[in-house]
Design a protein around this ligand. Structure first.
Ligand SMILES: Nc1ncnc2c1ncn2[C@@H]1O[C@H](COP(=O)(O)OP(=O)(O)O)[C@@H](O)[C@H]1O
Ligand SMILES: CC(=O)OP(=O)(O)O
Ligand SMILES: [Mg+2]
Length: 411
C-alpha cells in the first residue's frame, strides 16, 4: 500500500438494494467530525426489477445527483454500474488511492466478532451462513466476489451485523429449547444491525455529554428491517432479532415475533411448504401483509385519509415497539436514553410520538414541537423534565464500516 492510499469504498448490499460510499479517511475536510470525508455516496434500488434506479452523488466533484433508471439484473451488474459512475468522476476503482473495500455482511455467526480481512475461508463461512440470512448473505457474497474481481490486489474487509451482539449474555442469547439440538445446529439468538446499534449508542452518549461506559441506552433501529437493542455501558445485553433477522419488531415485510406453532399450523392445515412459509413470514408479512404497503410514508398518508387497515397496521407496529421499550427498561433496570434511528426512526415523527406515548411512569416523554423538527443532526426530542432522554440519531453504517475497515488495514 502506498502512503497515499487513504480511501475506502463501502458496500452495503441489501436483498434488493446496494448502498455505497467512497470516503477519504485521511482528509482534513471532514464533513462529519470523524476525520473522514465523503467523496461520493449513492444507492441502487429495485435490483432485479425493470425499474431499477441508480442515484449517484459525487460530493467531491460538485455534488449534483445523477439518476439512471432501467433494469439492473443483479448485484454484480449493480456494482459494475456504480464503478462506472465513480470512474466518470475520476474516482474509479482503479485509483491507487483506494486502500480497501469494506463490506457490510449481515450474518457472521459466532466466529466473527470483529472486522475481518476476507480470504477464501472467510468467504466459505459467510456462504455456510446463507440459510440463516437468506435475504442478505447472498447479496453480500455477490458484492464481495464482484469487488474482488474488479480489484484482486486490494484488501476486502467484512464488517458483520452480528459482531456487536456477541457480548449478549447466554441467558439472552439462548432459546429455551433442547440444548443438544440447539448446539448441534448452532441455534441461538445472534442479532443484527449491530454496526448501527454500536454507532448510534455511541453517538447518543456524545449527545448526552457522557462516556458510553456510563450510560444505558435502548436503540430502536427502524428501517425496512427493524430491531431494538438494550445497551449497557456500551455493550449489547439484548436485542430483538434472533437466529435470523425475522424475530422481534414488526417490519416492512417481516412478521417479527409470532408463536412458532403458526408455522406447523400452516404446514398441517394450509398445506404450505417450509419455503412458502419462509416467504410468507419474510416477504409478505409485517406492514405489507397487514395493509398492502410497507413504506411508512404511504401508511401515514393513508391514515391521514381515514384508511382503517393502514391505521390498524400502524397500531400493531407501535404496540410491538412499546412492548420492547418496556422489556428493555426491565432488562436494563435504569435507562438513560431511548434513541430512534434508520429510515422510519429518523423521519417518522408520528411513530416516535406514538411509541413513547403513555410511558411517563417510565420517565419517558416526547415534546411535540421538538419531535416535529426535521434535521440530519443527532437531537433530543424529550422535554427537560423527563428522566429519560429520548433522542433521534441518524445512523451511518457506512461511516462505521469505513472506520473499522481502515483501522484494520492500516494497523
Ligand atoms: N420521510 C419519511 N417518513 C416516514 N418513513 C420514512 C421516511 N423516509 C423513509 N422512511 C421509511 O424508511 C424505510 C427505509 O429505511 P432504511 O433505514 O433506509 O431501510 P433499509 O436500510 O432496511 O433499506 C422506508 O421503507 C420507509 O418506510
Ligand atoms: C439485518 C436486516 O434486517 O437488515 P436490513 O434492515 O438492511 O434488511
Ligand atoms: Mg438498513
Amino acid at each position: 500500500m502506498t502512503a497515499k492510499a487513504t480511501r475506502v469504498l463501502v458496500l452495503n448490499s441489501g436483498s434488493s438494494s446496494l448502498k455505497y460510499q467512497l470516503l477519504d479517511m485521511g482528509d482534513a475536510r471532514s464533513d462529519n467530525g470523524s476525520g473522514a470525508a465523503r467523496l461520493a455516496v449513492g444507492l441502487v434500488e429495485r435490483i432485479g426489477e425493470a425499474t431499477s434506479r441508480l442515484a449517484h452523488t459525487p460530493l467531491a466533484a460538485g455534488g449534483a445527483t445523477r439518476e439512471t433508471t432501467g433494469p439492473i439484473a443483479d448485484h454484480q451488474a449493480a456494482l459494475k454500474a456504480v464503478a462506472d459512475e465513480l470512474a466518470t468522476d475520476g474516482l474509479g476503482l482503479d485509483s491507487p488511492e483506494l486502500a480497501a473495500i469494506g463490506h457490510r455482511v449481515v450474518h457472521g455467526g459466532l466466529k466473527f466478532t470483529a472486522p475481518t480481512v476476507i480470504d477464501d475461508a472467510v468467504l466459505k463461512e459467510i456462504e455456510r451462513l446463507v440459510p440463516v440470512a437468506p435475504l442478505h448473505n447472498p447479496a453480500n457474497i455477490t458484492g464481495i466476489r464482484t469487488a474482488q474481481a474488479l480489484r484482486p490486489d486490494l484488501p476486502q474487509v467484512a464488517v458483520f451485523d452480528t459482531a456487536f451482539h456477541t457480548t449478549m449474555p447466554e441467558h439472552a442469547a439462548r432459546y429455551a429449547i433442547d440444548v443438544a439440538t440447539a448446539d448441534a445446529h448452532r441455534i441461538r439468538r445472534y442479532g443484527f444491525h449491530g454496526t448501527s446499534h454500536a454507532y448510534v449508542s455511541r453517538r447518543t452518549a456524545e449527545l448526552l455529554g457522557k462516556a458510553p461506559e456510563d450510560i444505558n441506552v435502548i436503540v430502536l433501529h427502524l428501517g425496512n428491517g427493524a430491531s431494538a437493542s438494550a445497551v449497557r455501558g456500551g455493550r449489547c445485553v439484548d436485542t430483538s432479532m434472533g437466529l435470523t433477522p425475522l424475530e422481534g419488531l414488526v417490519m416492512g415485510t417481516r412478521s417479527g415475533d409470532i408463536d412458532p406453532a403458526v408455522t406447523f399450523h400452516l404446514k398441517r392445515v394450509a398445506g404450505m411448504s417450509a419455503d412458502e412459509i419462509d416467504e410468507l413470514l419474510n416477504k409478505k408479512s409485517g406492514l405489507l401483509g397487514l395493509c398492502g404497503d410497507n413504506d411508512m410514508r404511504e401508511i401515514r398518508r393513508r391514515i391521514d385519509g381515514g384508511d382503517e387497515r393502514a391505521a390498524l397496521a400502524f397500531d400493531i407496529y407501535i404496540h410491538r415497539l412499546k412492548k420492547y421499550i418496556g422489556a428493555y427498561t426491565a432488562v436494563l433496570g435504569k435507562v438513560d436514553a431511548v434513541t430512534f434511528t434508520a429510515g422510519v426512526g429518523e423521519n417518522a415523527a408520528p411513530v416516535r410520538a406514538a411509541a413513547v406515548a403513555g410511558l411517563e411512569e417510565l420517565g419517558m416523554a416526547v415534546d411535540a414541537s421538538l419531535n416535529a423538527v426535521r434535521s440530519d443532526e443527532p437531537r433530543l426530542i424529550s422535554p427537560d423534565y423527563a428522566r429519560v432522554a429520548v433522542a433521534v440519531v441518524p445512523t451511518d453504517e457506512e461511516l462505521e464500516i469505513a472506520q473499522q475497515t481502515y483501522a484494520l488495514v492500516t494497523a
